[in-house]
Design a protein. Structure first.
Length: 368
């Protein structure tokens, strides 16, 4: 007998409230920081914040629609959705807008679409479906699992967008492990990847090589490639214990900190709210991660476990990379801080992913 499908109202009533709280709080902190950061852009803070709030409204609608449809229907169409997202990546090569040497956006007039963000959604979906249909228990099925993300990874490297390619790789690695691959396969893959890193240097573009050099020592080019890292470190460090106060951060207001509303939003927040504020933001991310993991541990659907593992890895890795970049602890990649950085594509993709995760949580409560 077919289970009765929950109505949208019943699904909303069963949502994980702690997860919703963490998401809402992070988004609001992001809007406040975007407003403050934008004040250094000729008073454009209000415009940036307003657009982010509008994208927040669109993202809520996307979240509710995803919840209404349910993760199982998305999984049924996972191959199709992934194929369509690959077409989008291919279209970037023909129609894409080039900004700062990278061809990553499709200009729709009212909105710049960044397909790499939406591929993250379809990638976790197709991995969840494929790895459970063809478990990576032997070498051939393990290679087949690797072939799925390789398609999108190659396309984003062509743009070039090494940051997104790394995210795809980390998501896929964790998904394969969670799907039950014998440890010798992922361990061997990691060993091969590590051994090839020195040879990869010759294939990097000059600006990518410089990013690695300035990560190791930003003072080799303090007014050029190392400038971003140095100014972000200053912003984070100058916040002290309690911060300079909201709207009082000088690094963004005096235009020392580059891309303060996007790539280096954590630097803006840390300067104004200090070490205590930064700990509070990390606690909210920790709460979100815990609630995602709880949903994955509760469900008995193997596909849902892989899906939650992929979403959790995506959020957590991208958060660590963005914050580490702002503190000078990791190389610059340009990855947005989830739910906090300015950007419609990023916020919308995160919201759909959270809708999928909440759908798993609600379905688990209904069944078990």
């Amino acid at each position: 007998m077919e289970e009765k499908k929950l109505s949208l109202g019943e699904s909303v009533a069963g949502l994980d409230k702690a997860q919703l709280f963490s998401v809402g709080a992070l988004f609001l902190l992001g809007v406040l920081s975007i407003f403050s950061a934008g004040a250094g852009f000729e008073g454009r803070g209000a415009g940036f914040a307003t657009r982010q709030l509008l994208w927040g409204a669109v993202s809520i609608a996307a979240f509710l629609l995803t919840l209404k449809i349910g993760y199982e229907k998305f999984l049924r169409e996972a191959y199709l959705l992934y194929g369509l997202s690959l077409v989008l990546l291919l279209s970037v090569m023909a129609l894409g807008l080039t900004v700062k040497g990278s061809q990553r956006w499709i200009d729709l007039g009212f909105f710049r679409l960044q397909p790499t963000e939406f591929v993250k959604i379809t990638l976790v979906l197709v991995l969840a479906k494929h790895l459970c249909r063809y478990p990576p228990l032997n070498f051939l099925s393990f290679l087949g699992g690797l072939a799925v993300p390789a398609l999108s990874g190659i396309l984003v490297l062509i743009q070039p967008d090494a940051g997104s390619a790394i995210v795809y790789g980390v998501i896929s690695f964790v998904a394969i492990v969670v799907a039950g691959a014998p440890w010798r396969y992922p361990a061997g893959l990691l060993a091969i990847f590590t051994s090839l890193l020195p040879f990869a240097w010759r294939f990097l573009r000059e600006y990518q090589k410089m990013r690695i050099r300035v990560f190791l020592d930003p003072w080799i080019d303090p007014l050029g490639a190392g400038y971003n890292v140095i100014q972000s470190r200053i912003a984070v460090g100058s916040g002290g214990l309690f911060g300079a106060g909201y709207m009082e951060g000088l690094q963004s207001k005096l235009k020392f900190l580059p891309e303060p509303h996007t790539d280096f939003i954590f630097g803006v927040f840390s300067e104004e709210f200090g070490f205590i504020g930064a700990l509070g933001m990390l606690a909210l991310f920790g709460l979100l991660f815990w609630r995602l993991l709880d949903a994955g541990l509760r469900t008995k659907d193997g596909r849902a476990k892989v899906l939650i593992a992929g979403i959790s890895t995506w959020f957590w890795f991208q958060m660590l990379q963005s914050i580490g970049m702002s503190m000078g602890l990791l190389p610059i990649t340009g990855l947005p801080l989830p739910l906090v950085s300015y950007g419609g594509s990023s916020l919308l993709s995160f919201s759909v992913a959270l809708g999928l995760a909440q759908s798993v949580y609600v379905s688990t409560l209904k069944r078990y």
